[in-house]
Design a protein around this ligand. Sequence first.
Ligand code: ADP
Ligand code: ZN
Length: 671
Amino acid sequence: MSGTGGTGAMTGADTTMTQGDSEALATLHRVFGYDAFRGEQEAIIEHVVAGGDAVVLMPTGGGKSLCYQIPALVRPGTGVVVSPLIALMQDQVDALRALGVRAGFMNSTQDFDERRMVEAELLAGELDVLYLAPERLRLDTTLNLLSRAKISVFAVDEAHCVAQWGHDFRPDYLALSVLGERWPDVPRIALTATATRATHQEITQRLGMPKARHFEASFDRPNIQYRIVGKADPKKQLLSFLREEHAGDAGIVYCLSRNSVEKTAEFLSRNGIEAVPYHAGLDAGTRAAHQSRFLREEGLVVVATIAFGMGIDKPDVRFVAHLDLPKSVEGYYQETGRAGRDGLPSTAWMAYGLQDVVQQRKLIQGSEGDEAFRRRAAAHLDAMLALCETAQCRRSQLLAYFGQEQHTPACGNCDTCLTPPDTWDGTVAAQKLLSTVVRLQRERGQKFGAGQIIDILMGRRTAKVIQFDHDQLSVFGIGEDLSEPEWRGAVRQLLAQGLLAVEGEYGTLVLTETSGEVLRREREVPLRKEPKRQAAPRSSSGAKGERKAKAAVAELPPELVPAFEALRSWRAEQAREQGVPAYVIFHDATLREIATVWPTSVAGLGGIGGVGEKKLATYGEGVLEVLASLDGAPGETPAPSSGRAPASTADQAPDPDWPELSEEPEPEDWM
Ligand code: ADP
Ligand code: ZN
């Protein structure tokens, strides 16, 4: 299909377009069924089709795949896509084949015969796209094979894997510079969603692409609602979040340790939410099975360590929840970015508490890295804490972190925009807290964790307070005016602002170089008020609890829901028969549009986004039959879309479970 241009839809296309342009656009219509390119896609594709190299920085869900798939289809020869995600290659190839693209892959999961067949197709010029694992390209046999084929473009996906200080470094990626040396005339495109400038430069340099044009898309993901709530009883908070806002939705819950992954998955299952664990301690078979269920079933929750998610291109992940603090803003953004690739409303929700800060600081101090490593890790953590404690728009802060200040007005779709937090003058509270730390150390030569400090401030005669005679201290009871959550909030924020630090195995509190400024009254300490109730801004209308809260359905006028549901069950049947994920048949967004437009002819169906030539031929009749079997088209005037009344979860008991410090967090190699 390479090189064949226009379709009927394109006749009379703008004559000012160049040949490459119109072919790219025609391919977008014909193969992918989309109307128009998004953002930078057009410029990137045009550049690569014309033979140029490109380094592309685009957020997850931004539409990177088309940037190499269309050049692969338009230019003569086979597009070779280098991807580290072996476990997903089969699905990627299935998705392309469902569009009528001649796609194949070569990796270690294949047997000899399968590989031979792909090789034969490649040499016969019968492949539009070939996926390869990077380690294949170290082999002379692979390089020689590619030399005998006609290559249209090389795409290096997840290109940040070449960056040694990145969070997913893969040594095999270093060998990819050979591509430019051996095939100087074949354009190369490197793509990543990892945003820092340093990573970007490292990619360019290590892949040997000095002449590449750089494209940087906005990192904004407006359909994702960012929310960070105070951690009280995290599992329960998660459960209400899921029940109230994401019942029946697919999503990912991230935890730091394998143990908490297991426990959380069990807890959710016990409470009627289908959930499976995923972490590096499970055997490969179980991991693959859970991943495959997540991709294929609707509404499964995966509870995972960071080992899960890279390259998961399931478009209808409706939420990403964090029960532990991620180690960096980069990691957080990449993980949350897995929600809502289809552009429909999604939530990034995190529960964060004092214990997270203590735990992360301890991990850094106890790590085996050198001083430079620890400094870098601490800087990453500080940026993450600043995001958690900000009273400003979360999205603005995220985008500013990635150097995209130009895109940063207050967004209206994050918790701080929706329910702006109050701030208060915490200077005196900070002084009381810091004085308590000082007194313990100066007068008693002791260091304690936040729990004991707060008990002293609040004048509580606990066993431990009595044991150490802490009720004799002059600071005992000077903080009775604040509640325990308020004191915890103050400790957290002082830690985030660098005015307090934690130390050692027991997470004891100590002063920092800047603490003195507060004690000497040289510095004011604004603090964010602890919310009494946690708003759940996306909870939709209707009697609480009775609603089927699938976000994709929630946004539809009620009279369209039966059609949407009928299409979904038709899709589920197709997916089961073919053994592919449902989204390979059609995305939710496509089904929604079908339910809304209610086409009555094959031609009408062809005008829906996501319905290309091949899918129209394969499924057109089936979809029309589903629609015809329903009780006629809906009325002309759709009901006003449901308003959003905020729901709230009751104030949680102020009893955060202190981190299980014996737990091993999942190893991570990003720092
Ligand atoms: P990325 O790889 O950057 O995370 P994808 O390539 O998976 O993103 O694209 C994300 C989603 O957006 C996919 O569902 C894709 O089909 C859709 N998409 C991409 N480009 C367009 C477009 N021009 N018009 C409509 N949908 C698009
Ligand atoms: Zn905002």
